[in-house]
Write a protein that binds this ligand. Structure first.
Ligand SMILES: C[S@@+](CC[C@H](N)C(=O)[O-])C[C@H]1O[C@@H](n2cnc3c(N)ncnc32)[C@H](O)[C@@H]1O
Length: 233
């Protein structure tokens, strides 16, 4: 994996324009994953404040915002192009007044409020350095109230395990079946091998525990994508 991966550069205007189509071929259960988040968040206060870390083009903000019309959101993203796409979609969906936007790294976002819940979907697998990954999770924990819920979804896995190669190969076959050309397929393989910092689930849970999260529940898996609910202690 490259030490130079820079999310702000990678998720540029060009990728932001293609992201919503491409991610659905890349992760065939992308919409299901986002629909599977809300059931874990039932019963939160009427005026819940929700932190979307690595908000991208706004999937979490829009899905949850539609389902919970009295919630407010903070969308944080290091890429201005992704955040701009999020802003215009929130505008189209008539909910831009309920969203505050912060362009920068989540680790640099200093919250003035304590959030009731937060998500980080397909973000932290890009952080290679263990200390930096830990800092990322700690920053989310620091923004949440005790008892707050955190939904994490990431690529994960033990590269040395027998399952890993089979899951990786089945995943690429799935991507090809969603219309990816041989060039796209080879670019995807290169991107994954170079830019994604896979960690085994046990290590991910340890990082979350160090950051102050407990009671992990894995509620989702598609190939090498996993999703967990954890609680701020
Ligand atoms: C694969 S996209 C996921 C977007 C969205 N969560 C979704 O489910 O579609 C990852 C996003 O995380 C952002 N990102 C990566 N590292 C970040 C960081 N440290 N702080 C804030 N945003 C980050 C990228 O710019 C990109 O928009």
């Amino acid at each position: 994996m490259s030490e130079q991966f820079d999310a702000a550069t990678h998720f540029d205007e060009n990728l932001a324009a293609k992201y919503d189509r491409r991610i659905r071929s890349f992760c065939p259960s992308y919409d299901s994953l986002h629909r599977m988040i809300a059931p874990w968040l039932q019963g939160l206060p009427e005026h819940t404040c929700f932190l979307s870390a690595g908000a991208g083009t706004g999937a979490e903000v829009l899905t949850l915002g539609k389902q919970f019309p009295s919630w407010r959101f903070v969308a944080v993203d290091v890429s201005i192009d992704m955040l701009d796409a999020c802003r215009s979609r929130a505008h189209e969906w008539g909910m831009v007044d309920r969203v505050t936007f912060f362009n920068g790294r989540l680790q640099d976002y200093k919250s003035t409020i304590q959030f009731d819940a937060a998500s980080s979907i397909f973000v932290s697998h890009f952080i290679e350095d263990r200390r930096e990954k830990s800092e990322y999770f700690r920053s989310i924990a620091a923004s949440l109230r005790p008892g707050g819920s955190f939904i994490l979804a990431d690529l994960f896995g033990d590269k040395n395990s027998p399952e890993f190669a089979r899951l990786f190969s089945a995943w690429l076959t799935s991507y090809a079946s969603h219309g990816a050309s041989p060039e796209e397929l080879s670019r995807a393989r290169e991107h994954i091998e170079r830019d994604v910092a896979f960690v085994p689930e046990i290590e991910l849970i340890a990082l979350l525990a160090e950051a102050g999260f407990s009671t992990p529940i894995r509620f989702y898996q598609t190939y090498l994508f996993g999703g967990w609910l954890v609680t701020k202690s």
